[in-house]
Design a protein around this ligand. Structure first.
Ligand code: SF4
Length: 394
């Protein structure tokens, strides 16, 4: 396929595909799917080899959020039967983190529900970061605490945080349909504050919320424009008790196309398969490792993932290797870049405006129709690890 050859060439040069090319990846047929995976896999291997980075989530504070993000089981008014607890103490959080590190994780993601941290919360998380770093200097720590206020990113950086996560989640155009208590611009602002403070920016999306292909392409182009170093791709877990409980829109094939599109648009960044991996990719998870170079080990914030041991076996069986702490995840040009490392070649396309190149993009064939099943049987609310007396899954 000319489309795929073009996209591989661009991916190896870190050149931005056109919007139409990105849309065409989402529109490929099931017959073309393995070719799409093979092509995006070339780009993945060029920048990241066969390494898989493992990340470990620690939910520092669960549920009871005043915000109304429709996809979230911790949202205002959520009836999801999730664990609810207030801030873990620094030693409790570092114990949970240690379990993930012992299981092979090189990054720990400290996440708290809420609109954003108070300065006291930042103190608390700073102590947690310091405790984790004292115990294991090599571990990367990413904080995910919501919208940041002036100076908070700098304080987290000073405490030893390596990265800050704040997802854009969906396109600017549809953001207001997903959340009303804050704006897309608020989210962009926090990612920019984190980057300006010297934190590696982690920002991603959620697929499966009823968005169009154009929305998906918009948000991924925006993430490239924001120059996020890592892009988590979540597949919506439609929790009972949330407004999106009936949104079962994804098939494993659709998930693979989305990951391939993200890889082509953001070729040299850490593309991470995040929440919903087991629920939506199911037995196709190993194929997704040819596209993403990073996954979460074990459980998610409010739901359980497959056993950590199964994650490790899957990586080995698929012919990949767990990335060690002695290896720098990002390609040299990006790891070293203080500023924009990925915007060469085609430059950044602002979401929206067509380019002359787009006019000549290949025609997309329609993907084969398949009606996704509601696999509520695969959604398990987390009942172990942080906030419980039971051992974590790592
Ligand atoms: S995504 Fe974050 S801000 Fe939104 S409801 Fe969930 S915990 Fe709150």
């Amino acid at each position: 396929m000319d489309l795929l050859n073009t996209l591989v060439d661009k991916g190896l040069r870190r050149e931005l595909p056109t919007r139409d090319e990105a849309l065409a990846v989402l529109a490929t047929s099931d017959d073309e799917l393995l070719d799409v995976v093979a092509a995006a896999g070339k780009v993945r291997r060029h920048w990241f080899g066969r390494r898989v980075k493992l990340n470990y989530l620690v939910n520092l504070k669960s549920g009871l959020c005043p915000e109304d993000c429709s996809y979230c089981s911790q949202r205002l008014g959520s009836k999801a039967d999730i664990l609810k607890y207030t801030w873990l103490k620094p030693d409790e959080a570092s114990q949970a983190a240690a379990a993930g590190v012992a299981g092979g994780a090189k990054r720990v993601c400290l996440v708290a529900s809420g609109r954003g941290p108070t300065d006291r919360d930042v103190d608390r998380v700073s102590k947690t970061i310091e405790t984790i770093k004292e115990q294991n200097e090599a571990v990367e720590v990413c904080a995910c605490l919501g919208l940041l206020s002036q100076g908070q990113a700098e304080r987290l950086r000073a405490a030893g945080a390596d990265a800050y996560n704040h997802n854009l989640n969906t396109s600017e155009g549809t953001y207001g349909e997903i959340t009303t208590t804050h704006t897309y611009a608020d989210r962009v602002d926090t990612v920019q504050q984190a980057r300006a403070a010297g934190l590696s920016a982690c920002s991603g999306l959620i697929a499966g919320m009823g968005e169009s292909d154009e929305d998906l392409v918009d948000v991924v182009f925006s993430l490239r424009q924001l120059d996020a170093d890592s892009v988590p791709v979540n597949f919506l877990i439609p929790f009972e008790g949330t407004p999106l409980a009936k949104e079962w829109n994804l098939t494993p094939q659709r998930c693979l196309r989305i990951l391939a599109m993200v890889r082509f648009v953001c070729p040299d960044v850490e593309v991470r398969i995040a929440g919903g991996r087991e629920v939506h990719l199911r037995t196709m998870q190993p194929l997704a490792l040819h596209l993403a170079n990073s996954i979460f080990l074990g459980d998610y914030l409010t739901s359980e993932g497959q056993a950590g041991r199964a994650d490790l076996e899957m990586i080995e069986d698929a012919g990949f290797e767990v990335e060690g702490t002695d290896t720098v995840t990002l390609p040299e040009h990006r790891a070293a870049a203080a500023g924009c490392g990925s915007h060469e070649g085609g430059g950044c396309a602002a979401p929206g405006g067509p380019t002359p190149e787009e006019a000549s993009a290949p025609e997309a064939s329609a993907p084969e129709a398949s009606v996704p099943e509601a696999r509520t049987d695969l959604v398990a609310v987390r009942r172990r690890g942080a906030g419980t007396d039971l051992a974590p899954n790592a």
